[in-house]
Design a protein around this ligand. Structure first.
Ligand code: SF4
Ligand code: SF4
Length: 434
């Protein structure tokens, strides 16, 4: 029995072929091909589950051409659970080995089985990269075209390598932080997820998140050397590895001790809220995973829930005009769309310019910019054009993948890329400075 056959058949049957999702699907809008639409992909999955169609490389190509952006799920009036279908289809592709290729197998093994399964090793690579980038050797080799000697794959990856942070989260954040007087109970006690790429490249955003939480009466508990959340594995057909990481992640926290577990990365948060489903057959973890799902909150969602303390309007912030790009997995996966705007609107002196197509994928989509560079570049160009036309000096987003993708697209424009919590943290710091 293949994995698509093991799905509850009602999930496969739910699509009523209305086509409401078609104009929201970037790959359908680009190609106008039915098989590259959500409706077409679901129909292919159903045919494979029914045994009417063999699972072949064409199906694998189609499922890896899909961004997994979940815009179709938001548009669907029938409530089709496309996220579950998408992950199951990719898992079946990997199980059936139709997409195998030695080079692809090597990179998948190195990233999914080795680096993102071992947080200390990942951090060691981060240290190495930081040293390499700080030495200036990367710029020197680029200038003299020595990077052309690298294997093709590494040559393509090199410009996409994020700049490593000066210090990672464990050096910037204490295991427990609180502004409450000694012995006094804080208003809320929360756990913080530091992430993988967020930790290596954007640890200052984790620091900003802690500062914002402290300013809103929370005690923050940040376990050391946290594992990857497993979203990369689940989206790339490695469900068993994703389950293993989910168990480790749950074990990093005392769930009874905290009111919420906070994530500040849209892509991770969307997956983190699905541990209950991922582990529902696990007798030891099913109940804990359900409790976990109830506690995981995106930072903006949490701030809106407890009430954002408005910063005092003492010092005007720079930049003063900002637009907001929605991470797909924050708005479509988690349905958190209004709250990041509320965070931005709470900042005195900041003018929010609405971005046309703010919830249209920017082309980052996990590792899509590496696996499908052409389609990714088209989506980035579309996004960057909209951002430029707003006239905003800055674009805020809330996912490390989107952040890197937008920074790459806007590097010649002088438009800053940042995150709503960073702007809010700056506003609180300006209060203290006055
Ligand atoms: S996840 Fe995105 S790309 Fe894939 S079918 Fe849905 S809308 Fe299209
Ligand atoms: S909107 Fe939903 S029900 Fe309609 S075609 Fe798309 S997936 Fe099927």
């Amino acid at each position: 029995m293949n994995l698509l056959q093991s799905l509850d058949y009602s999930v496969l049957q739910q699509c009523m072929h209305c086509g409401m999702c078609l104009p929201t699907c970037p790959t359908y809008v680009e190609t106008r091909r039915e098989r590259s639409s959500p409706r077409g992909r679901i129909s292919l999955m159903r045919s494979i589950a029914d045994g009417a169609l063999p699972l072949g490389p064409e199906f694998a190509d189609e499922m890896y051409y899909c961004l997994g952006c979940l815009a179709c799920q938001t548009a669907c009036p029938a409530g089709v659970d496309y996220a579950q279908l998408f992950e199951t289809a990719r898992a079946e592709i990997e199980r059936s080995e139709v997409a195998r290729h030695p080079e692809r197998d090597f990179w998948r093994w190195l990233t999914l089985n080795v680096l993102f399964m071992h947080p200390r090793l990942l951090r060691l690579v981060g240290w190495g990269l930081r040293l390499w980038q700080k030495s200036g050797l990367d710029r020197l080799l680029r200038r003299y075209h020595f990077l052309g000697l690298l294997p093709a794959k590494l040559r393509k990856l090199e410009p996409q390598t994020p700049r490593m942070a000066e210090a990672f989260s464990d050096s910037l954040i204490a295991p427990v932080e609180s502004l409450a007087a000694p012995g006094a109970r804080p208003r809320h006690r929360v756990g913080l997820l530091t992430g993988c790429i967020q930790d290596l490249a954007f640890s200052h955003i984790n620091r900003d998140t802690v500062d914002v939480l402290l300013a809103n009466g929370c005690e923050v508990i940040t376990p050391r050397s946290q594992p990857c959340c497993g979203s990369l594995h689940a989206h790339n057909g490695e469900l068993e590895l994703a389950r293993e990481l989910a168990r480790r992640q749950i074990d990093s926290f005392d769930l009874d001790e905290v009111d919420a577990i906070i994530t500040n990365a849209g892509g991770c948060g969307s997956h983190l809220k699905q541990y209950g489903h991922l582990l529902h057959h696990d007798p030891l973890y099913a109940a804990k995973a359900r409790q976990w799902d109830r506690k995981v909150k995106d930072i903006h969602e949490w701030l809106a829930q407890i009430g954002i303390r408005p910063p005092q309007p003492l010092t005007p912030l720079s930049p003063q005009s900002v637009t907001y790009h929605e991470s797909c997995h924050l708005c479509h996966g988690q349905k958190v769309s209004r709250q990041p705007r509320q965070v931005l609107q709470a900042i005195p002196g900041l003018k929010l310019q609405e971005l046309p197509e703010s919830n249209w994928c920017c082309g980052s989509a996990g590792i899509y910019n590496i696996t499908q560079p052409e389609q990714s570049a088209k989506l980035l160009e579309r996004k960057v054009g909209h951002i430029r036309r707003t006239g905003a000096a800055c674009v805020a987003t809330s996912n490390p993948g989107c952040h890197l993708q937008l920074a790459q697209g806007l590097q010649a424009d002088g438009i800053e890329v940042t995150q709503p919590v960073t702007l809010l943290a700056q506003a609180y710091r300006a209060e203290q400075a006055n």
